[in-house]
Design a protein around this ligand. Structure first.
Ligand code: GRF
Length: 202
């Protein structure tokens, strides 16, 4: 089977992006074709370049409310790179239903909560405020519904009594770096069944 081309969309430091890039070697069914950000300042761009991966950035600001025009530019880059699969990895722009539908079935996202709990932002603070006993992260197929779409993998971690939003974020991020590459590997190989990660007790 031909290797799948994976484009990763980021807005920030891109630690999930790095985990994904570093996983796509050897017998992995995919290779990175592009890392793209919505700002020139996204720290992850330099990390991708250092790994020899093609990068691009499209600043969303000049487009204002014209999301379709911004996304048309994203699509130009995605198509030029021969993208088969998009991984959203901390891409902090809401994408329109039209964009999502174009890529549906070929686009993954990672979200730092046990979906369907805590869609959107500030997930760790919300889990703590709710008195939850566990937190976690989800890799799911991205659809027009924000942080919706079929869940492909979740990983859970107990919340300790002394956890705050930042210690919890670090525990969950460690799991994100495990399950996103794991799930991309399966998905790129044609397996889109849900397979959760074993409970992490560390
Ligand atoms: C992660 O917490 C991810 O779950 C969320 O955005 C954050 C991105 O972090 N969608 P990084 O840029 O991968 O370090």
């Amino acid at each position: 089977m031909a290797l799948k081309n994976v484009a990763i969309l980021i807005s920030g430091g891109g630690s999930n992006m790095v985990a994904l890039l570093d996983s796509m070697v050897g017998d992995h069914p995919a290779r990175p074709c592009l890392v793209m950000a919505n700002s020139e300042d996204a720290g992850g761009l330099a990390k991708a370049e250092a790994r020899g991966v093609k990068t691009a950035w499209v600043d969303h600001k000049p487009y204002g409310e014209d999301r379709a025009a911004f996304e048309a530019e994203l699509n130009t880059h995605l198509e030029a790179a021969g993208t088969d699969i998009i991984c959203l990895a901390g891409f902090m722009r809401i994408l329109t239903p039209a964009f999502m539908e174009t890529w549906q079935g070929r686009m993954l996202n990672i979200h730092p909560s046990l979906l369907p709990k805590y869609k959107g932002l500030n997930t760790h603070a919300r889990a703590l405020a709710a008195g939850d006993s566990e937190a976690g992260c989800s890799v799911h197929e991205a659809t027009a519904e924000l942080d919706g779409g079929p869940i492909l993998c979740q990983a859970r971690v107990p919340i300790a009594p002394d956890d705050d939003a930042s210690t919890l974020a670090a525990k969950v991020l460690r799991l994100e770096h495990i399950i996103y590459p794991e799930t991309l590997r399966r998905f790129a190989g044609g397996d889109n069944a849900r397979r959760d990660h074993p409970i992490d007790a560390t």
